[in-house]
Structures are given as C-alpha cells and as structure tokens.
Design a protein around this ligand. Structure first.
Ligand code: ADP
Ligand code: MG
Length: 493
C-alpha cells in the first residue's frame, strides 16, 4: 500500500484524483557489438556502414547470441535486486515496418531473462518510495527511417538494427510526475554504476514509454494511456503532468479514457494520439526456431554477483556513516562521476564532510554556471582536496579558499599550496597581528563603538571591517573573540 499519496493528489472540479504511473524503459546495452551479430554499435557512423547480413536479414543467416550482452543483462538484474531466470526464451515479435527487414523483432516475451525486482527512489523531501520491477528482457533494436533526406523517398538506416536493448518494466507504483522522473534518474544511475548502459539519453541510449492513468484515491486502477519514447527526466515529468490533467478533464466532462498509445511533443509539452488499442498490432509471438533457449549457469551468475560494484544506495549509506548529511550523500551518489570525484578527494586526504560541503556548495555550482561537467571541469580532485585540507587545518579561511579556487580555475597552474604561499594568503591566526587590526578599526570608529554597547548585534560590522583590512586573511573566530574582549561584550553571539 502507498501511504505517501495524500500530498500528491490532483484537484479536479469533482474532487481529488490520484495519478498512477508505470514505466517501460529501453536501455541500450553498453556493448561494442550487436545482440546477434558482430556488427559495430558505434554512435554516429555513416548510414548502413554497420550492418551485417544478419542485421539486414539476408536469407539463410543465423543469429548467434552475444555472451557479453547477456552478461550485462544479468548484471543489471542483480543490480535491480531481481530474480534471475536461469532459462529464458527468445521469441519473434512479428510486424511489418520498413526499418525491420526480417519482418520480426527478436525479443523475450513469456520467459524473460530477469524477473521481479525493485528500486528505491529518494525524493527531494527525504521520502523513500519503493518501485517494483516486473521484468527485464533482452531484445533487438530496429533500424531507422529517415524522412528528411529526400523530397520523394524515405531512406532506411540499419545501423541500429540488431543493437541489444534491455527493456525494463516497472510496476504501476508511481504516484506523481516527480516520482516518475526520479525513477528514470535512479534507474539511469544504477545502470551507469554497473556500466551496463551509458545512460546517454540524447543519443537515444535510454528512452521511456510512460503509462499513465488516473483514479479516485485508493480506487480501482483506471484505463491507461502509453506515451512512447520519452527521452529525458524533465520530459517524463511534463508528459505525466499533461496526460493526467487531460484524462481528468475527459472524465469530469462525462467522457471515458480510451486506452491508446500517444506521442509526446517536447516543444509544446503536450501528448497526442498515435494509435488506439483496436489498431494495435497482433504480434503473433512464437519462440524463434533459430535460437535455443538461453540457459545460464548458476556458478556464472554467482561470479557476476561477486563482481558487482558498489551501487548508489550502498554508497549513500557509507557516505552517511562517514558523517555526511543524507542530502549531501544523495547529491554525490546521484551521478557516478560526482561520487568518484568525491572519493578521489578523500584519497588525497580531504576530510569527508568538508569535501562534500565544498563540492556541493562551491565546486559543482561553479561547473554548472560555466556549463561544464566534472569531466570537463578545470580543477583536479587533488587540487580541490588540497584547498579543503588547508581550510580544515585553518591555514586559509573559507573566503580565501574561494579565491584560491578562482586562481586554480583560471590559471590552471601551481598547486593550491603554492598559490597560498606565493601570494601570502595564509590565514592570520597570530594574536598580536589580529589585536592590532582590531584596535585600528575600533580607534577609527568611535561612534560605532558607542552604538555597539547598546546593540551587541552590531559587532558583526566590526568583524567585517577587520576582515577587509586584513584582506580576508584574519581567522574570523579569533577576530570575533578579540573584538568581544576589546569591546567588553559577552562571549556568545
Ligand atoms: P502490456 O504488456 O500490455 O504493455 P503491462 O501489464 O506489461 O501491459 O504494463 C505495461 C506497463 O504499464 C507497466 O509498466 C505497468 O506498470 C504499466 N501499467 C499497467 N497498468 C497501468 C495502469 N492502470 N496505469 C498506469 N500504468 C499501468
Ligand atoms: Mg508492454
């Protein structure tokens, strides 16, 4: 039962509605060769340059299963805490389309390689929602029809034909657009940690069919519509929002939702009909006589299980144990590169909490603003670790740390330690120097001194002045302490 729905209901003119969402995600297996042929899967090749006779369905060609692709599906199943089926079967899914030369797609229907599993979503408010996985099966991708190359003809590019896909089907366990987007994001993170899919949604490596229905809270499931090929988390959220509202309007105006397949238009954020259930093809599935059932060796599966990397949830738990807040830990594990960068900083001696703060509050924000990624960013984990180390050891203040980062960022030369040394940026903790700076500010501002006696909060202004006069180098805690002593204020505040 979902206990989290109450705050996710949608208002209609006749009362509250609950949206129900299930996703079918196609994820391209990170394999250099196709599922049943040795042709390359490289993205962006010349049209039809990566097509074997098998992919082009020449008569008499026999598919041969790619062991590496099977291994990736098994790995993914294990990463989704799913049940593996040691025997699975490839079927022919028959339909006609110009980009499908065989007239059928090889897919798994009744006996998929992976059965039931699940993943946990971390929502923004700290809530964790479990979403069941119904199955994962292996199948071939189709080719691509190109309608914009000629005014008279449609061209067909078979480079994608035969590329291995994992279709991952969720249970209808999601109850908001945010959960649907989070599901796609979490799934992508898990696949990228596992290395079984590159998760590159712009290149089509992951795309989701989004099933949406609405119902009265807790009531029976409504009729669903399936929105095809949505290729970003943001678009998934938009498609759900639009579609739920559309269905509510249909019902509240006395109509009934028709089960149908719809398309999402990313320019308008709307969905529109593609085909109704009545027009949906009868695929006449039957086991592919060219392929034996896929039988996995238990020992092989166990070996793959032993080789699984640490996954986002495990990493998050470990980071929290290192002293990070749940929020900081979630942000760091959401992208594999962020977690790796963070751990590289720890390997260079940075203290975990300080490193996490620095990355989440400073460095990643800077990358974002500059339109850079962790991979293309200019400052190494070693350099950031050095900056954080100097901050933790009170060698530099937080303010100076930002200046040092700026120098590293722009000049890309010299270690942060050398920058601090050569520019004399070390924090001044020497009592006498700080006392002198404090006394100078007090002497120059007699009226303020008089004020501060009645308004102790005004002491902050003095701290600011001293920091300014020392070029940000004075140790702020010490400045505060000396100032309070000199002004005769109590210690706190
Ligand atoms: P089919 O095999 O006809 O495509 P499935 O039962 O496999 O149908 O469901 C496909 C997807 O639709 C799954 O992700 C499932 O969670 C989702 N789904 C099923 N029923 C509903 C519903 N009433 N509302 C929303 N999603 C649904
Ligand atoms: Mg389906």
């Amino acid at each position: 039962m979902n206990t989290h729905v109450a705050n996710k209901l949608i208002d209609g003119s006749t009362g509250a509605w609950e949206v129900v969402i299930g996703l079918e995600v196609h994820a391209q297996v990170a394999s250099r060769a196709k599922l049943f042929s040795g042709a390359s899967t490289e993205f962006g090749g010349l049209p039809n340059a990566q097509v074997s006779f098998v992919d082009a369905a020449f008569p008499g060609m026999l598919p041969v299963i790619n062991r590496f692709c099977v291994e990736q599906a098994v790995k993914t199943g294990l990463g989704l805490n799913a049940k593996l089926n040691l025997t699975s079967v490839f079927d022919r899914k028959n339909y006609f389309y110009p980009d499908l030369p065989a007239g059928y797609q090889i897919s798994q229907y009744k006996q998929p390689v992976v059965g039931e599993g699940g993943i946990d979503l971390d929502l923004a408010d700290g809530e964790v929602v479990h979403v069941g996985i119904e199955r994962l099966h292996l199948e071939q991708d189709a080719g691509k029809s190109l309608h914009d190359q000629s005014p008279d003809y449609t061209y067909v590019d078979l480079n994608r034909a035969g590329v291995a896909l994992m279709e991952i089907v969720s249970r209808p366990d999601m109850r908001s657009s945010a959960e649907a987007a989070a599901f796609l994001g979490k799934l992508r993170a898990i696949l990228r940690y596992l290395g079984t899919c590159d998760g590159n949604m712009e290149e089509g490596s992951m795309r989701a069919d989004v099933n949406v229905s609405v119902r009265r809270p807790g009531g029976p499931l409504g009729t669903r519509c399936e929105i095809k090929n949505v290729n970003s988390m943001r678009f998934v959220a938009q498609a759900v929002e639009y579609e739920a509202r559309r269905q509510i309007d249909v019902i509240e105006n006395g109509g009934a939702v028709q089960q149908e397949t719809r398309l999402f238009d990313s320019r308008t954020g709307h969905t529109r009909p593609m085909r109704s259930k009545e027009d949906s093809p009868d695929y006449r599935y039957f086991p592919d006589p060219d392929l034996l059932p896929l039988v996995l060796d238990r020992a092989w599966v166990d070996e793959i299980a032993r080789g699984l990397p640490e996954l986002p949830d495990q990493k998050k738990a470990r980071y929290v144990a290192l002293g990070l807040s749940l929020y900081d830990a979630s942000v760091l594990v959401a992208e594999r590169e962020a977690a790796e960068y963070f751990e590289s900083m720890l390997a260079h001696g940075a203290e975990p909490k300080a490193a996490a703060n620095w990355l989440n509050n400073e460095y990643f924000g800077r990358l974002n603003k500059a339109g850079l990624t962790i991979a293309t960013g200019p400052v190494s984990a070693a350099a950031n670790a050095e900056i954080v180390g100097m901050m933790s050891a009170n060698v530099i203040s937080g303010k100076i740390a930002k200046d040092v980062l700026e120098v590293e960022w722009v000049e890309r030369t010299g270690s942060p330690k050398t920058i601090v040394e050569s520019r004399g940026l070390k924090q001044v903790s020497d009592d006498r120097a700080i006392e002198a700076a404090v006394d100078a500010v007090i002497a120059a501002n007699p009226t303020r001194v008089a004020e501060v006696k009645s308004k102790p909060k005004a002491a902050a202004w003095f701290v600011g002045q001293v920091m300014k006069s020392t070029g940000g180098k004075a140790n702020p805690q010490k400045v505060n302490a000396v100032l309070r002593r000199r002004l005769g204020l109590s210690d706190e505040g």
